[in-house]
Design a protein around this ligand. Structure first.
Ligand SMILES: [Fe+2]
Length: 279
């Protein structure tokens, strides 16, 4: 049986990918950020997950305002790297786990989550930056990925409560897959940031740290946060944090916090990173 062994959360700021690709990780600006991931890189090298169910949002790379799925699942065998306006990142294509993804699509839809099925897609920084932060810049990714995409771009995004329940359904889907796989679930995006308007540059460290405090043992409180609070407290792009709740819902009732890191700023975003052990 496949099993979910751990969860990871991390921001997926595009400038982090650019810093890595341009070899700037040891610079004064970037080194404090990358130091926060050193523990995690050693940890994941020992964990050797087979598959990562990677929850992220597309940033108008695969979708546009013409088509906006609320929840989507990638069932392709390979995901090329998208060109986000400055050429594709020089990182390997992402390989999918087709059998697990198709099983998950069936399980989730029969479990009443109406996923959009994606059979062909390029992936942007939302997916590739988290992989780079945990695995560095290898010639091939040492893991297969099942992408789960969430609309946090166009109002209305799904609620945190709905996302948490999708996570619970992802757990049921993974645990009903026959093959013996070590599966991790990653929730990406966030933390507080706002990219536009008079409040551009907003970062709310107390609010972010409260979210980090609660996600392990008080996730029920976070599930109740309304869209308006995300916008008011975490900025217009802080809504990405609902994707962390998918990860948390997939880990079950009790988790252990193995690693916690918070850093301000990366570009104009607060970066939060957790490694959680599922029990
Ligand atoms: Fe994003």
């Amino acid at each position: 049986m496949a099993r979910i062994t751990a969860g990871v959360t991390t921001s997926h700021v595009p400038a982090i990918g650019a810093a890595l690709d341009q070899g700037k990780q040891d610079s004064d600006y970037w080194s404090p950020l990358f130091e926060g991931y050193e523990w995690s890189k050693k940890w994941i090298a020992e964990e050797e997950p087979d598959v990562i169910v990677l929850v992220y949002n597309d940033h108008a790379s695969a979708f546009s305002l013409e088509v906006i799925p609320t929840f989507a699942i990638g069932c392709a065998d390979e995901y090329p790297i998208a060109d986000e306006g400055y050429g594709p990142r020089p990182v390997p294509s992402v390989l999918g786990h087709v059998d697990l993804a198709c099983h998950m699509a069936e399980s989730l839809i029969l479990d009443e989550f109406d996923m959009t099925v994606i059979n062909q897609m390029k992936v942007d920084h939302g997916l590739s930056v988290p992989l780079s932060l945990l695995f560095g810049q290898p010639p091939a990714w040492p893991v297969k990925v099942v992408p789960i995409l969430v609309n946090v771009i166009q109002y209305p995004p799904p609620t945190g409560e709905r996302c948490f329940k999708l996570g619970q359904a992802i757990r049921r889907a993974v645990e009903s897959f026959d093959d013996d796989l070590n599966v991790q679930v990653w929730g990406t995006g966030g933390m507080s940031h706002q990219l536009q308007g008079p409040r551009a540059g907003l970062i709310n460290q107390p609010w972010d740290n409260d979210f980090l405090d609660k996600i392990a043992d008080n996730a029920d409180e976070l599930r109740k946060i309304k869209h308006l609070e995300y916008v008011r407290e975490a900025g217009s792009e802080g809504i990405e944090l609902v994707m962390w709740l998918i990860m948390r819902g997939a880990l079950g009732d009790a988790v252990d916090v193995l690693h916690r890191f918070y850093h301000v700023p990366a570009s104009n975003t607060a970066v939060g990173h957790l490694v959680l052990r599922a029990n």
